[in-house]
Design a protein around this ligand. Structure first.
Ligand code: ACO
Ligand code: OAA
Ligand code: MG
Length: 301
């Protein structure tokens, strides 16, 4: 199973207080931001602050840095300052060209050689947030083997689309699906978008639920209050775990008895149902919710 990346908490790179305490919120990933939350006259100071935070603070989370785009006058300086600190990943905003991702890969490779980091250590997460980027999402996701995840930047995307951002998010329907399809086809993780109203817990829950049901692996968040909610929603419920156990047990019995199609409580159990049940169990095991191992033979390819 892939590494858990249920939450990616953004922290403005110009805020020493938030950088210092970010580890206490138990987000799976922290993303120190050098892009849109940092004003142009603070870019230089922020990248040094972020580099020092990575080097001198021990965080329990995986650390990423959102750099400025390589087509801006800050992106390359961000990388030159940040890469020696060996972040786990670079988050590239407004990704829309395969060439930019390959260029980022080359810059990271050169830094890994220079600082004698193991080759391939530093990964890439893409934020896709323009119409052009959304339409090329799969090609961007496979542009470098360093890409481990892709996410959608809802705020920038809606601006690019000349639409309006709503609580329900229907304006994101196509992009939300496209990102997920691209991620699955490319074999990388799908990271759901930020929900910007930190006072609307109900809206945040609905938005998070939507992403989880679609199949997302996790969500970008901007406030610590969002972290336990995402972790709760992404965790399989007791009911889901019980159902998965029953499906796998019924399936195992059918395999042993060499019976054909089987049913559980009136519902047919076939390959995809078993696959989903397996995934629930893997996830529950990764979260420490269950310990027992299930072993059964898979018959359907
Ligand atoms: C569209 C995009 O590009 S999104 C990505 C870029 N945006 C960002 O990075 C913004 C990230 N979020 C934030 O900066 C903040 O949550 C804000 C500005 C929205 C609100 O901040 P505050 O007014 O401080 O929120 P609030 O008072 O509720 O914070 C409660 C506590 O959580 C801390 N906190 C809030 N947000 C964060 C965060 N993102 N990271 C770490 N700590 C945080 C605060 O420092 C405060 O700590 P304290 O009680 O020890 O002082
Ligand atoms: O990167 C993200 O997840 C958020 C972002 O930039 C946006 O919504 O524009
Ligand atoms: Mg953005």
């Amino acid at each position: 199973m892939s590494k858990l990346r249920r939450t990616m908490l953004f922290i403005p790179g110009n805020d020493p207080g938030k950088l210092q305490s970010a580890g206490i919120y138990r987000s799976d990933c922290l993303v120190f931001d050098l892009e849109d939350s940092v004003s142009v006259n603070e870019k230089d100071a922020a990248r040094i602050l972020v580099r020092n935070a990575i080097m001198y603070i021990e965080y329990p989370s995986e650390i990423g840095v959102r750099i400025n785009g390589l087509d801006t006058s800050y992106g390359r300086d961000d990388l030159a300052t940040i890469l020696p600190a060996k972040p786990a990943f670079i988050r590239l905003p407004k990704a829309e060209k395969v060439d930019d991702i390959q260029e980022l890969d080359r810059i990271i490779s050169a830094a890994e050689r220079k600082y004698q980091f193991q080759s391939g250590t530093i990964k890439i997460v893409l934020t896709i947030e323009t119409a052009k980027g959304i339409l090329s999402a799969y090609h961007l996701a496979v542009a470098s083997p360093r890409v481990i995840g892709i996410g959608m930047g809802a705020e920038d995307l809606v601006a690019d689309l000349k639409g309006s951002r709503t609580r329900e998010g229907n304006e994101l329907l196509f992009a939300k699906s496209q990102i997920l399809y691209a991620a699955r086809a490319a074999g990388v993780q799908a990271i759901d978008n930020v929900f910007s109203d930190v006072n609307d817990e109900e809206g945040f829950r609905e938005d998070t639920n939507w992403g989880r049901i679609l199949g997302y692996d996790g969500k970008s968040v901007i406030h610590p209050n969002h972290i336990p909610i995402v972790h709760e929603i992404y965790a399989p419920s007791e009911k889901e775990i019980d159902l998965a156990k029953n499906v796998l047990a019924a399936y195992q019995e059918a395999v042993q008895n060499k019976s054909g199609v089987i049913a559980l409580n009136g519902k047919m159990i076939d390959g995809p149902v078993v696959t989903r049940a397996e995934r629930v169990m893997q996830y529950a095991r990764a979260l420490g919710m269950i310990r027992e191992e299930y072993s059964y033979e898979k018959c359907c390819g």
